[in-house]
Design a protein. Structure first.
Length: 136
């Protein structure tokens, strides 16, 4: 079982040592004493607390994208979403173009992608294969 000292926990949470001590003193995060009688936090407890802290954090409002580096944007309809435990395959039909994207299941869930959803596929590739078709 991993345990973390107050200083280590503060570093992992992105706050000061004093903040973690105040949270511990207020009972917000439980601590135990190690063999040297220093306060420590169980790793699993710290992980759950970090998730709760991130979920409750205020985020600035999202802003509309006004410019981006990807030049190839295909607006279309989601036609298929196949999810497994970790990944999702999303198909978008944009006119005659079928775009297939692989992403995390979490991303597909957060975007609420389902058949019939309007979506924009932004394509920026560092490698593009160019083929020459056979000429008659």
């Amino acid at each position: 079982m991993s345990t973390f000292r107050i200083r280590e926990a503060a570093e992992l949470l992105g706050v000061s040592d004093d903040t973690v001590r105040r949270w511990a003193d207020a009972g917000r995060i439980p601590t135990v004493s190690d063999a040297g009688r220093r306060r420590t936090i169980d790793g699993a407890v710290l992980a759950r607390f970090a998730e709760e802290l991130a979920a409750s954090a205020e985020r600035p409002p999202a802003r509309a994208v006004v410019s981006e580096s990807a030049r190839n944007r295909f607006t279309g309809l989601v036609t298929r979403v196949v999810r497994d435990a970790v990944m999702a395959q999303v198909e978008i039909q944009s006119g005659p173009h079928r775009i297939v994207s692989l992403m995390s299941r979490e991303a597909a869930d957060e975007l609420q992608l389902e058949p019939g959803s309007l979506a924009v596929a932004s394509v920026k590739a560092t490698n593009v294969v160019v083929e020459i078709p056979e000429q008659s």
